[in-house]
Design a protein around this ligand. Structure first.
Ligand code: ZN
Length: 194
């Protein structure tokens, strides 16, 4: 056993949320093997910290002029471009998040056409994460950059911006360049209505 001294996960990636103290009783944590990995564990109350990948959701809106991107208003990667996207809130499902983020960042109301893919990325300093990318079409609203975005624009396949934020977004856009209008799994719908 040893005291917790690092905010690196055993995977080798940074984990800024890795705790030094117990979230339940406040006591200092120790690192012990549990379930195949070394994890921060509270020797007093038994609480175990399980690091988790974050989940983001994005929309891929294809128009006649290309694909819709937004320019980031804040760090990390301020000023770089990305698909309209954000982190899925606790208790929110990814499709709901994708529609919400599109509205907040672009002003457009969108309808999802299907799941493009799930892209892992490790270059967000806040979290390693998966990004669920959904095909989407505009069904209303007016273009208006908001929330985390300072600008929005459509970009053609051969003219994407040089600076694209986040590995997951770059991988999704590379797939789009190779295969625009690629087949997608249909949306599953709102689980709260089933
Ligand atoms: Zn505890």
């Amino acid at each position: 056993m040893c005291e917790v001294t690092s905010h690196s996960d055993p995977s080798g990636y940074a984990d800024p949320g890795r705790p030094d103290f117990c979230a339940r009783c406040g006591g200092p944590l120790r690192v012990e093997p549990r379930g195949g990995r070394d994890r921060p564990i509270c020797p007093v109350c038994g609480w175990v910290y399980y690091a988790r990948n974050a989940l983001g959701a994005a929309v891929a809106v294809e128009g006649s002029e290309g694909i819709l991107l937004v320019q980031r208003a804040h760090d990390p990667f301020q000023g770089q471009w990305m698909l309209p996207a954000g982190y899925v809130e606790y208790g929110e499902f990814a499709e709901e998040c994708a529609v919400r983020e599109a509205r907040e960042e672009t002003g457009y109301d969108v309808e999802l056409t299907g799941l493009w893919g799930l892209y892992f990325g490790t270059d967000d300093p806040r979290n390693v994460s998966h990004l669920a990318v959904y095909g989407a079409r505009i069904v209303g609203g007016e273009p208006s950059a908001g929330d985390d975005a300072i600008a929005l624009a459509f970009f053609p396949r051969d003219g994407l911006p040089d600076q694209l934020a986040f590995q997951g977004h770059r991988r999704a856009l590379a797939d789009w360049q190779r295969e625009p209008s690629r087949p997608a799994a249909p949306p599953v719908g709102d689980p709260k209505r089933l």
